[in-house]
Design a protein. Structure first.
Ligand SMILES: NC(=O)c1ccc[n+]([C@@H]2O[C@H](COP(=O)([O-])OP(=O)(O)OC[C@H]3O[C@@H](n4cnc5c(N)ncnc54)[C@H](OP(=O)(O)O)[C@@H]3O)[C@@H](O)[C@H]2O)c1
Length: 254
């Protein structure tokens, strides 16, 4: 259960080694989150993250194996986590791959694989988590979507389309959970300086994992359903969404 201040006590992260997720967890640790489950595929990275969280005051940190591509096992994994930890206040969906557009265009199986990680796995984990949140009658599911979900661009439409799918899925899931006591928050960061974007030319309005973490914490406090980071991207994208395609291509990279 959230504590008396409304802060989550028990948090589960799918993509437990994500830099953005770790910034969120660092903020939450300072706000008295005491139990964290890190689900991921790289034991060494999860152990390093667990150590940092223990130092930050999280008393119980557990690492569990999670591979996004193994969708058949997702429901059992979610059930196992919830069965062993009881009430879960917050589930953060932080796994994802960016890929290289040119490489993906030349390699359809690799592009399909990326879509399975970013979109298909979000569906299987998301539905399993929603069933448990609905049953317990409370909890937040926070999904890291992207500004790339808003309008496909020539330079990264494989990634962008996979994020558009997961973004639409989680918005619908939020509607499905209305009245249950549980809810969904969709987070749309712009370019965030993490290992995912290392070496890339920065896009306008580039930001930090800490700024995304602040946006997530604010949404938990205010009940916002959609979070843009930085916030002014909401207005920028409101304009860009409606630009005629030739103009959009000229402004962007198409
Ligand atoms: N950085 C940005 O500019 C940006 C902007 C908007 C949205 N986002 C989204 O924010 C989320 C977190 O990104 P980040 O910047 O924190 O990058 P990150 O540090 O690279 O985190 C990505 C996470 O996804 C996990 N992952 C990738 N493929 C997986 C698979 N097949 N099975 C299980 N886990 C897998 C990674 O695990 P490993 O450690 O095992 O690789 C890692 O934990 C992603 O969904 C990303 O699309 C990022």
């Amino acid at each position: 259960m959230n504590d008396a201040h409304g802060s989550p006590q028990t948090v589960v992260v799918f993509g437990g080694s994500s830099e953005i997720a770790l910034a969120v967890l660092s903020r939450l640790a300072a706000r008295r989150t005491r139990t964290v489950v890190l689900a991921g595929r790289n034991p060494a990275a999860l152990e390093a993250a667990a150590g940092a969280l223990r130092e930050a005051g999280v008393t119980s940190v557990e690492a569990v194996v999670f591979e996004a591509l193994e969708t058949d096992g997702h429901a059992a994994l979610v059930d196992d986590i919830f069965d062993r930890h009881g009430d879960v206040d917050l589930v953060l969906m932080a796994f994802g791959e960016l890929g290289d557009q040119a490489t993906l265009e030349d390699n359809p199986p690799a592009a399909a694989r990326l879509a399975r990680v970013n979109y298909v796995a979000s569906v299987s984990i998301g539905l399993a988590v929603a069933a448990r949140l609905r049953a317990q009658g409370h909890g937040n599911l926070v999904a890291l979507s992207s500004v790339a979900a808003e309008r496909p661009r020539r330079s990264n439409f494989v990634y962008g389309s996979s994020k558009a799918g997961m973004d639409a899925f989680f918005r619908g899931l939020g509607d499905a959970l209305r009245g249950s006591g549980a809810r969904v928050v969709v987070v749309r960061p712009g370019f965030v300086r993490t290992r995912m974007t290392a070496g890339m030319a920065e896009a306008p309005f580039a930001t930090t994992p800490e700024a995304v973490a602040d946006g997530v914490v604010r949404a938990l406090e205010t009940g916002a359903e959609t979070v843009w980071v930085p916030p002014r991207l909401r207005w920028v994208m409101t304009v860009l969404r409606h630009l005629p395609a030739p103009l959009f291509r000229k402004l962007g990279d198409g």
